[in-house]
Design a protein around this ligand. Structure first.
Ligand code: C5P
Length: 210
């Protein structure tokens, strides 16, 4: 399969040195890219700012902001049979971007934000026969909100995890994930390495592609 994967956070700059972002390190998305390439898939990885090494055999495109990620995914989607949106896309960006570093004395103590486009929703009309996979990082009970996102974003598969647990979610090598698909019972995976979670997601994706 030709698989397009996104990974990492996005950064939303207010000037050349300041930005808003989130705690994503890219580990889950890079594990997916590594395992997918090892299984013989052709992988393009659109990565936000992360320090992860590019896995062998993976074509990587670096981006910074959510709008740049949308542009890259839109450009690459035509060639892909599956899109896995693993990136933690920032929901908001500063309304104004200064080309020069803002002086503290010129700054307001309130930052005005505007919403970023939702990449999965924006590209829904171009989905065609492609498989779309999403992630949902929640705190508290992840399942109810994840079920809502599965339907709202028109996904074929969604990996939900509770990022309030210290051994799952951001910046660790393990994850505890539940896989949701329309019309299927939730598949609760045990605590696994992110590489093992990637394999379980790819098992499901390959079965959906049959
Ligand atoms: O942020 P949220 O929980 O809605 O993210 C769920 C899914 O939607 C993830 O797969 C994420 O990559 C994707 N997403 C997106 N565009 C955004 C925000 C999230 O495609 N602006």
């Amino acid at each position: 399969m030709r698989i397009l994967i996104t990974a990492g956070p996005t950064r939303e700059h207010l000037d050349p040195v300041r930005f808003i972002s989130n705690r994503s390190t890219g580990k889950m998305g890079f594990a997916l890219a590594e395992r997918a390439a090892a299984r013989g898939h052709a992988v393009t990885l659109v990565a936000g700012p992360v320090t992860c090494e590019t896995p062998a055999g993976v074509r990587r495109i670096d981006v910074v902001s959510a709008c740049e990620m949308l542009d890259a995914v839109r450009r690459e989607l035509g060639d892909a049979q599956a899109l896995i949106m693993c990136a933690a896309v920032a929901d908001w960006r500063p309304k104004r971007l200064s080309p020069v570093k803002l002086k503290k004395r010129d700054m307001e103590p309130i930052l005005e934000l505007e919403p970023n486009p939702d990449i999965l929703l924006t590209l829904q009309p171009d989905k065609g026969g492609r498989l779309f996979v999403g992630f949902a990082a929640e705190t508290g009970d992840p399942l109810a909100e994840a079920q809502r996102k599965l339907i709202a974003k028109g996904l074929d598969l969604l990996a939900a995890n509770d990022v309030s647990q210290p051994d799952a979610g951001f910046a660790v090598d393990t994850n505890r994930v539940t896989l949701l698909a329309p019309g299927c019972d939730p598949e609760h995976l045990p605590l696994l390495t992110k590489h093992a979670v990637a394999d379980r997601i790819l098992d499901r994706l390959e079965r959906l592609n049959l």
